[in-house]
Design a protein around this ligand. Sequence first.
Ligand SMILES: [Zn+2]
Length: 81
Amino acid sequence: MSSLVQVAGVWWNVPEGYRPQQARPCKSCGQVILMAQTPKDKWAPLNPDGTSHFSNCPQAAQFRRPKPSPAPEATASRDSD
Ligand SMILES: [Zn+2]
């Protein structure tokens, strides 16, 4: 189940158990997302349709903070697109 809540003038489909906090533009792609706390007290960015913004953000990789790694590959493979 989910419920519709209005935050910052936008209606959001919020999954059950999630507690919406604030809407703001994604720092990576600029889309307005709703920051909500999950039932496990973790933060989740949601799209208006209730799906995780992780699933469609073109910069989703930036959200995931990999464990600090000494691997030099992180900066070594910068091929031009
Ligand atoms: Zn984004």
